[in-house]
Design a binder for this molecule. Structure first.
Ligand code: C2O
Ligand code: CU
Ligand code: CU
Length: 492
C-alpha cells in the first residue's frame, strides 16, 4: 500500500463503518517512474474499421485477450490484458441509424463479459453479468444505434470480478455520431482526442500491482496515471482549439480535471450527449464511468499540463486524496485556425417528468442498495416501457456514484440544488458525495423483456463487485404486476 493511500484509508476508517482491509505490499512512496517528464507520445486508440456485410450491418470484431506486454515505464515491461491488442481496445465509431454487430471473442482463458456503457439497446445485447462469454466462445450482440451523438465506452461486467478485468486493461471508447452535430472539432486524434484516464499501482519492475484491487474500502487507488495506456503522456497540439473526450475509466478514483494555469474551457457534452450550449468552467469533476466532452483553446508554442486537483477530497470523503498531473499539451509554434465555438450545441434541455410521476428511492450504504446486495436471480424494479420517472438516490455513507444502464437521465437536484450548468446534459452516471442526495429524471426506452434485466449500480468497481448493484426489467405498460420477480435458470 502506498503511503498516501494508507493515510486516506486511516482517515476513512474513523468516519466510515465499513471494514478497511487494505492489502499491504512493497511500499514505494513516489510513482515508480520518478518525476513524470511527459516524454511519451499520447497513444491514440486506433479506430476499428467495421466490416460491412451484404445486409448493411457494420460488424466490429473484438478479441479479449490476456498475455499482452505493455511498456508503461521506461525500459520496463508490464503484463496486461487488452482488446485486439496488449492494453485497452480500439475506438468503436458508429452513426445514429447504423445497424451494428459486435463479434466478441473471449481469448482470456477465463469467462468475462463486455458491456456497452451508455448505449441504448435491448437488455440481451447489453453485456451485463447475464451475458457471460465462456473462454474460447464468441458473442455477437446486434442492435440499431438510436441515440444522439455521444461518447460511450465498453468494459467487462462480470459478476463480482469486474474490477480485476478492467484494471488489467479491458476497456475502450465508443463514439456515436449523428448528422445534426454542431461545428465542433472532428479530426480524430488531431483535434478530437480521446482521453481515457486511469490510475494504476506500478511496481518499480513495471509489474501491475493487483494486491488492493479486490480489497479495502475502495479497491485500488493507484499513484501512477495512464492516459490511453500511456504513462507520462504528451500530446502535440496543432490546432487552436481541441475537443477532448475525457473518460474516467479508473476503478475508484475521482478527478477534478483542469489545466495547471486554471484556464477557462468549455464543456460541450456530458455522458449521453451534447449540452444545450457550452458551459464555461475551469474544473470538471468526473467519477468512475463518467465522461465529459470539453473544448479548450491553446496559444502557439505553449506547454501546459492537464491535471487533477484533489483539494475537496477530505471533506467529501472521496477517494481522490491527492493532486495528479495527467498529461502535457505541447502546442506547435503555429496552430491551424479553428472555428469559434458555436453558441448553441443542439442538446435538449432537462425536462422534469409529469406531475405524479413514479418516484423510486435508492438508499446507498457501504455496499448495499436499499439494504440488499446484488442477487442475479432477483428483479429489484419493474419499469413500464417509455416511463419518465424520478429516481432519488440517498447516500447514507461515504462517496459513491450511481450508474443506470440503457437510460438517459438528468440531474434535477443535488442536495436540493440545481447542478452546475456543465452537469445538466444527458447523463448515465452521477457522483454522489458522502451523505448527499440526488434527484434524477430518468427516461426509459421501449425495449421490453421481462426476463432480461438491466443493471443499476455504484461504478466504483470494488463496490459493484461487492454487491452494490440492482436489476430492473422494462416491460409492457400494464403488465408490471404480472412479471416474475425471480429469474429461473440463472446462477446466483
Ligand atoms: Cu460501466 Cu454497469 O457499467
Ligand atoms: Cu453501463
Ligand atoms: Cu460505491
Amino acid at each position: 500500500m502506498k503511503r498516501r493511500s494508507v493515510l486516506l484509508l486511516a482517515a476513512l476508517s474513523g468516519a466510515a463503518t465499513a471494514g478497511v482491509a487494505g492489502a499491504c505490499d512493497s511500499g514505494s512512496e513516489s510513482p515508480p517512474g520518478g518525476a513524470v517528464d511527459f516524454s511519451n507520445a499520447l497513444r491514440i486508440p486506433p479506430l476499428l474499421e467495421p466490416e460491412v456485410g451484404a445486409d448493411g450491418v457494420k460488424q466490429f470484431a473484438l478479441s479479449m485477450q490476456s498475455g499482452g506486454r505493455s511498456g508503461f515505464l521506461p525500459g520496463k515491461s508490464t503484463a496486461t490484458w487488452g482488446i485486439n491488442g496488449a492494453y485497452l481496445g480500439p475506438t468503436l465509431r458508429a452513426s445514429r441509424g447504423d445497424r451494428v454487430r459486435m463479434r466478441v471473442t473471449n481469448r482470456l482463458g477465463e469467462a468475462s463479459t463486455l458491456h456497452w456503457h451508455g448505449m441504448r439497446l435491448p437488455a440481451k445485447m447489453d453485456g451485463g453479468p447475464h451475458q457471460m462469454i465462456e473462454p474460447g466462445a464468441t458473442w455477437t450482440p446486434e442492435w440499431t444505434v438510436d441515440q444522439p451523438a455521444m461518447t460511450g465506452w465498453y468494459h467487462p461486467h462480470l459478476h463480482e470480478r469486474t474490477a480485476m478485468h478492467v484494471y488489467r486493461g479491458l476497456a475502450g471508447m465508443i463514439i456515436i455520431d449523428d448528422d445534426r452535430e454542431p461545428d465542433l472539432p472532428t479530426g480524430y486524434g488531431v483535434d478530437d482526442v480521446p482521453l481515457i484516464i486511469q490510475d494504476k499501482n506500478l511496481e518499480r519492475d513495471g509489474r501491475l500491482d493487483e494486491d488492493s484491487v479486490e480489497g479495502g474500502t475502495w479497491g485500488v487507488l493507484g499513484d501512477s496515471i495512464l492516459v490511453n495506456g500511456t504513462y507520462g503522456a504528451r500530446f502535440n497540439v496543432t490546432t487552436q482549439a481541441v475537443r477532448l473526450r475525457i473518460l474516467n475509466a479508473s476503478n475508484a478514483r475521482m478527478y477534478r480535471v483542469g489545466f495547471a494555469d486554471n484556464r477557462v474551457f468549455h464543456v460541450v457534452g456530458t455522458d449521453g450527449g451534447l449540452l444545450e450550449r457550452p458551459a464555461e468552467v475551469d474544473r470538471v469533476k468526473l467519477s468512475p464511468g463518467e465522461r465529459a466532452q470539453i473544448v479548450v483553446r491553446f496559444t502557439p508554442g505553449e506547454e501546459i499540463v492537464l491535471n487533477s486537483l484533489g483539494e475537496t477530497a477530505r471533506e467529501a470523503g472521496d477517494p481522490e486524496e491527492d493532486d495528479f498531473e495527467l498529461l502535457k499539451f505541447v502546442a506547435a509554434p503555429q496552430l491551424a485556425s479553428s472555428a469559434a465555438l458555436p453558441s448553441v450545441l443542439g442538446g435538449t434541455p432537462a425536462t422534469a417528468p409529469p406531475a405524479g410521476a413514479r418516484v423510486r428511492t435508492f438508499r446507498l450504504s457501504g455496499s448495499e442498495i436499499n439494504d440488499r446486495e446484488m442477487d442475479m436471480t432477483r428483479i429489484d424494479e419493474v419499469v413500464p416501457a417509455g416511463a419518465h420517472e424520478i429516481w432519488e438516490i440517498d447516500n447514507a455513507s461515504y462517496a459513491h456514484n450511481f450508474h443506470i444502464h440503457e437510460v438517459e437521465f438528468r440531474i434535477l437536484q443535488i442536495n436540493g440544488q440545481t447542478p452546475p450548468a456543465y452537469q445538466r446534459g444527458p447523463k448515465d452516471t452521477v457522483f454522489i458525495a458522502k451523505g448527499a442526495k440526488a434527484r434524477l429524471a430518468v427516461k426509459f426506452n421501449r425495449y421490453v423483456d421481462p426476463v432480461s434485466p438491466y443493471m443499476y449500480h455504484c461504478h466504483i468497481l470494488r463496490h459493484e463487485d461487492k454487491g452494490m448493484m440492482g436489476q430492473f426489467v422494462v416491460v409492457e405498460p400494464g403488465t408490471e404486476d404480472r412479471v416474475p420477480r425471480t429469474l429461473r435458470g440463472h446462477h446466483g
